[in-house]
Write a protein that binds this ligand. Sequence first.
Ligand code: DAH
Length: 337
Amino acid sequence: MDVESLEKSIEQDITHAKDFDDLEQARIRYLGRKGHVTALLKEIKTASAKDRPRIGAMANRLKELAEGLHASRLAELYSTQSLSKFYTPPVDPTLPAHDVTTGHRHIISQTFNEMKRIFHGMGYSLAEGPDVELEYYNFQALNFPDNHPSRDLQDTFYVTDDILLRTHTSPVQVRFMENNKPPLKIIAAGRVYRNETIDPSHAAEFHQIEGLYVDRDVSMADLKQDVEIMIRQLFGSKTKVRFRPHFFPFTEPSAEADMSCFACSGKGCPACGKSGWIEILGAGMVHPNVFRAIGYDPEQYSGFAFGIGVDRIAMLKYGIDDLRHFLNNDLRFSYQF
Ligand code: DAH
């Protein structure tokens, strides 16, 4: 092969090598032990003294040309070929899967949602009221006497003399009745605030669901029926419910309801303090003074109301022993539910 065509074929073969294998073949063809350029380089030794400088110069020039072109084609191939050409990670099917953690609702929200769904199915619609409430709605319109202890600064977070953080969801009853005529059947769900010394069963913020049903001829039997249906949906159809007389300023008569202990079915165990019963809500027939405060005629209408502590329901349902877990934001707790 003459020098000129050798030079051309070096350029052609190396510059246009289509992949690494092709390029390596070309390298071997020219620069390998038996390659064309190597052969020329060997000729230097045997050449006559006269020819040696010419052959030497030519052979070295071709060697440098081939090496240079090879280096740049190699760099080009590295930058364009996908990396998987060089390294495919081995698949080990015995490795544990990557942990995919997604967020989810807080256990209190989950409990709220479950209870809202149950009430919705019973014909209750959802009403709302503000967390920062007027003293009037929180106490006065609900027939709290002026000197009632829960108006005390010990229990209530006051913003001003007239404005406070609601201590219960009952003010939503008044707000809703002010703007609506009977018949009405609502729940109000949300956060309430009390100036409590915090311990495993007391928090300064907790959650309630309020219920209110007003129509003609609503009776305590209707109240008992709805509470029973609700509790049985939450805790199982065998759960028993009992009412005990109690006092609330805004209901008359008033009662507290207990359910039979879900752990021992009423026999008595540590979960229910050996009594077989667990207190779950306050309730009663709406006091005539509450109807008068919003302009309903207590002779025409009657109604029942109830208030449930949602935190307590969640604690019972999920076996949580300390109210403070709900607000601590410890993910080791949150991710369990
Ligand atoms: N508001 C009361 C509380 O927070 C609970 C309550 C009791 C609500 C009786 C009611 C009711 O609607 O009728 O302690």
